[in-house]
Design a protein. Structure first.
Lengths: 145, 412
């Protein structure tokens, strides 16, 4: 399995082909969003909802062989595309690695405004939620051992 | 500087007055179509702010030195300009606030003190949250009842239902002159007359009309009229509340503090005369002073010219967008200000807004602070393009191109 940093670099390289063109970047992310399979309606529960003002994100996580796996969806294509990138990076990684990650690809692909103070999308809240899940699983494993 | 006094507006010349318009956003020329949220500011407004701070910044009204006198005069000159702009009879009927939201809260709070349990307040389904929540709060405080006039499928107020809602229990009717979400122009003259026949007072939220439609509070016989400077080419943080003198005199003050008093002892305070009774504390002097330039800008262009040109833009945009498959216009009232709201089936408004932004086009997306209205149309939100006098048909072409592209991409 590739490390988180490797995957981030892959993503940055892929986006570099778009030459910083904002429109192409947005379209490409939306396309990624369209490709991400829809989440089970049952999993789009209140509990799994990460709220933004205009776009919603649903996120669920489970532990399998000491790795954290995520499933996610969004009601908007752009957020869903960004979400799919996060899944690509984090799903299947260990809780420690997730917690230790410096998420730097977002600003490198010109999408930094989605992680700032903008409250219109659930994306930045989702990043926090991913780390919270990792922390919870890590704590759970430590208690068991 | 006068931009144009002719009936044919020179749009390029007008655009040159707005420094912010001349820039690239995401590598593309900015197309600013979010004017219903806030309009851009002409140079003369920006320069006035600088002139004030560099030339005669001082606290107003009680100063005896030259700067204080100059600042007071400039501040009061704006009041006179606002009086004339609204067609009010007395200058003391003009109260400066922070914006329409504060105007409505002031009336709901102060005129609201005259409201009793069982009284009724009527608003319409197309109000902005700022013309809903203050009345809900008042009703809760007083045990009064809030009634809502529905709108039809075009987004027009149902006058027949309004007539039925009116009774001798009705004390206040509050609605907007034009809807921020749909652009609907409401028949306020008729609304006011009908309310007065039941001895109810009427507050008109003029946030979306001030820069676009002629206003004459005297001819309308309206009791309260509110506007925001920042939606009519002026600075943020300034609102104007017009109120009929007879009501303002009956109303208790809004906030207590300096400026609004005549004499203060620990036993008793006597309040200042109108309009100062409602202007506690040091006001937003600089922005009020600069607001006069925005009023002059609108006056010089002429409301009728502005409205005619914007109507042309709206009709052009409506025609253009109606032809794009998948677009559904929300709000098709027969009388509209230059607001065009729409949805595209299968594409979230947030995605449309982001995609347009990537092309340098600024629109607003979401519920536009009118959630009950969105519910009426069974939608979560819309994309809203709103035009000002500096917008062009070429910009509308850019909007249409952007929309076509996103539809082809996401649905193709």
């Amino acid at each position: 399995m590739k490390t988180i940093q490797d995957i981030q670099e892959d993503i940055v390289n892929e986006f570099s082909l778009l030459d910083g063109d904002q429109e192409m970047t947005v379209l490409y992310i939306m396309e990624l969003g369209q490709k991400l399979p829809d989440m089970d309606e049952a999993k789009k529960s209140e509990e799994n909802t990460v709220r933004g003002c205009q776009s919603k994100v649903w996120l669920s996580a489970h532990l399998e062989n000491d790795k954290v796996y995520f499933e996610a969806d969004s009601n908007t294509a752009l957020t869903k595309g960004l979400v799919s990138l996060l899944l690509r990076i984090f799903s299947g990684q260990s809780a420690e690695n997730i917690l230790a990650t410096d998420l730097n690809f977002i600003s490198k692909i010109g999408m930094e405004r989605f992680i700032g103070t903008q409250r219109s999308n659930g994306f930045s809240a989702m990043i926090k939620q991913i780390k919270l899940y990792a922390l919870a699983f890590k704590t759970k494993m430590e208690v068991k051992s | 500087m006068s931009v144009s006094t002719l009936s044919q507006l020179d749009i390029q010349k007008i655009r040159d007055e707005f420094p912010v318009l001349d820039q690239k956003v995401n590598g593309k020329s900015l197309v600013y179509l979010d004017n219903a949220a806030t309009s851009q500011k002409p140079k003369r407004v920006i320069e006035k702010l600088t002139e004030y701070y560099e030339g005669y910044n001082a606290n107003i009204h009680r100063g005896i030195h030259t700067l204080a006198e100059k600042a007071t005069k400039a501040y009061e000159d704006t009041r006179e300009a606002a009086r004339e702009f609204l067609g009010a009879e007395h200058v003391e009927e003009i109260i400066f606030t922070r914006g329409v939201t504060e105007c409505i809260n002031l009336v709901a709070s102060c005129y609201g003190s005259l409201i009793h349990e069982g009284d009724e307040i009527i608003i319409a389904e197309l109000e902005h949250h700022s013309n809903i929540v203050p009345w809900q709060m008042l009703c809760e405080r007083k045990g009064a009842l809030l009634k809502v006039i529905p709108v039809n499928d075009r987004g027009e107020i149902e006058l027949e239902t309004y007539k039925k809602l009116l009774s001798n229990k009705t004390k206040i009717v509050a609605t907007n002159h034009a809807s921020n979400s749909l652009g609907t122009i409401n028949p306020i003259k008729e609304i006011i007359q009908l309310a007065h026949a039941h001895n109810a007072v009427v507050l008109i939220d003029g946030a979306q009309s001030a820069a676009h439609l002629p206003i004459d509070v005297k001819a309308l016989d309206v009791d309260f009229y509110c506007l925001s400077s920042h939606k009519m080419y002026g600075p943020t943080g300034v609102g104007v509340l017009y109120g009929k003198k007879e009501w303002l005199e009956k109303m208790p003050p809004y906030m207590g503090g300096g400026e609004m008093i005549k004499d203060v002892t620990f036993e008793k305070t006597t309040y200042n005369d109108l309009p100062y009774k409602f202007e506690a504390g040091t006001p937003n002097i600089a922005d009020v002073v600069a607001f006069a330039e925005a009023i002059a800008f609108v006056n010089e262009l002429g409301k009728e010219n502005i409205h005619r040109y914007e109507a042309e833009l709206l009709s052009y945009a409506t025609g253009k967008l109606s032809k794009i498959e998948g677009i559904k216009l929300i709000g098709t009232a027969r009388e509209k200000v230059s607001v065009l709201s729409f949805v595209i089936e299968g594409i979230h408004h947030f995605d449309i807004g982001q995609m347009l932004d990537a092309r340098g086009i600024a629109v607003r997306t979401g519920h536009h602070c009118t959630q009950p209205l969105m519910e009426r149309f069974g939608i979560e939100g819309t994309v809203r393009a709103s035009f000002a006098v500096y917008n062009t048909k070429e910009e509308i072409d850019s909007l249409a191109e952007g929309l076509t592209r996103i539809i082809n991409f996401l649905k193709g």
